[in-house]
Design a protein around this ligand. Structure first.
Ligand code: UTP
Length: 299
């Protein structure tokens, strides 16, 4: 088994029901943050974490993702003819960002099942899992933070962040013993617990480094919460067989598969945009000033 993490699996085959009707015919992973689709940020994160072989698990209605990472001869020709060379260069780079292969999950049977679909392509080596609708904007790429922990502990590592206790039922929640700064050896994992049942407020954030023994567990995994084959349930079994770790990941995390999460990410990335940020900030300040003036007028 390779000692380093060279491959990442992106599960992209969910229905995206929280974002309907937008997701009826378009993948939520193609929603833009300013001018790049969310999934491109996640691919760039993997590449800057030293991972450039990516297995994308797709499903019906997700073709736009494949087209985005493919070469677009016509578009390149148009840009060349118009002399838009900087844009041409940017577009060309997307198709050579990483080595990407695609596998279809024929039915949306859950995140655990989507991971299992990648078994043949991942093979017998450790691999990263990154959800294509979650963006982490931090001091270092989120996957790199986990890869660095993996190199030390040589076992599965799950990215986590603290969430308000009232929100735990939207996440997989972990708990365990703190063994280092931001490093926990996990002794319990629960998918979407009620606040009363939650063993902590440490939520799984959609970034993992896994070892191939997870596949044997997923192969025989029964459906869990929501009738889906849950990765969290398989990880609980894995944690009963070998040490599994959680790493408190640094950075602002946005779940863009959630409408409010997407709006927050849009505002943050808009404000940070080198060419748009100043104008956007000015625009927002104006809106709030007008709002304040209207509020004051009411009194
Ligand atoms: P979500 O819980 O976000 O589910 O899945 P979803 O179907 O995409 O969205 P909602 O909750 O209905 O709005 C977590 C991740 O697992 C992938 C999704 O694409 C998402 O990145 N997934 C989920 C699969 O690839 N296959 C599945 O069967 C389920």
């Amino acid at each position: 088994m390779s000692a380093d993490v060279r491959k990442a699996l992106f599960p992209l085959a969910g229905h995206g029901t929280r974002f309907l009707p937008m997701t009826k015919a378009s993948p939520k992973e193609m929603l833009p943050l300013v001018d790049k689709p969310v999934v491109q940020y996640v691919v760039e994160e993997a590449v800057s974490s030293g991972i450039n072989e990516i297995v994308m698990i797709t499903g019906r209605g997700k073709r736009a993702i494949e087209d985005h990472f493919d070469i677009s001869y016509e578009l390149e020709d148009v840009l060349r003819q118009k002399g838009k060379l900087a844009l041409l260069e940017e577009i060309r780079k997307i198709s050579s960002l990483a080595e990407i292969v695609y596998m279809r999950q024929k039915e949306s049977k859950g995140l655990g099942h989507a991971v299992l679909c990648g078994r043949l392509l991942i093979g017998d080596e450790p691999f990263a899992v990154a959800l294509g609708d979650e963006v982490v904007d931090g001091p270092a790429p989120a996957l790199l933070q986990l890869v660095e922990v993996f190199r030390k502990v040589k076992g599965p590592v799950i990215g986590v962040q603290k969430v308000p206790k009232t929100d735990v039922s939207s996440y997989g929640i972990v708990a365990g013993n703190v063994i280092g700064e931001g490093l926990i050896r996990i002794d319990s994992l629960v998918e979407k617990p009620s606040p009363a049942e939650a063993p902590s407020n440490l939520a799984i954030i959609g970034r993992y480094i896994l070892t191939p023994d997870i596949f044997d567990i997923l192969e025989v995994q029964d459906p869990g919460v929501g009738g889906e084959i849950q990765l969290t349930d398989a990880l609980r079994i894995l944690a009963s067989r070998r040490p599994v770790y959680a790493c408190e990941t640094q950075g602002n995390r946005y779940d863009t598969g959630d409408k409010l999460g997407f709006l927050k990410a849009t505002v943050q990335f808009g404000l940070k945009s080198p060419d748009m940020g100043k104008l956007f900030r000015h625009y927002l300040e104006n809106i709030f000033q007008k709002g304040d003036a209207m509020e004051a007028g009411k009194e």
